[in-house]
Design a binder for this molecule. Sequence first.
Ligand code: GDP
Ligand code: MG
Length: 163
Amino acid sequence: SKPTVIIIGRPNVGKSTLFNRLVGKKLALVDDQPGVTRDRRMGDAVIAGLEFTVVDTAGWEDEDAETLPGRMRKQTEVSLEGADAALFVIDARAGITPLDEEIARWLREQEVPVVLVANKAEGKAAEAGIYESYSLGLGEPLGISAEHGEGVADLFGGLWPLI
Ligand code: GDP
Ligand code: MG
């Protein structure tokens, strides 16, 4: 069966926008307000012939899981199990936040291989954030713009060795 790739990140970094870009349809709700992704969404993605199932998540956005262990447990239960790789998305315009660091720390303890994705990377405003994201200890960030479609094909290079 096809490998599964899960999209993880704090609210508002563009996870659902990337998900929609990868599946080529607007299956996930995109909104400026954090927390609009209410449940997991799955879709069929293909990048340059590499086929996989992609999962959009909102575990770190769940209002019922206010504590960090609660959020992590929820995220683990609903999504990371069975994933072959994770796309960890940060907002290159906003830079690295404490929640990004928390998620990164947690991800480094998991078995799943991680591709670091610096989204909203169109234009100069993203440059500092892209460099900052090296500090997460998850390797080289791939700068993309999910909204404009830039760099999304480059995810192939990050994913194919893993899945
Ligand atoms: P999620 O909460 O992580 O799922 O984020 P969303 O996909 O709902 O997007 C949050 C906001 O970021 C929306 O207003 C999107 O239009 C915007 N956004 C997503 N991708 C990009 C991008 O590549 N560049 C810019 N500038 N904005 C983006
Ligand atoms: Mg979302």
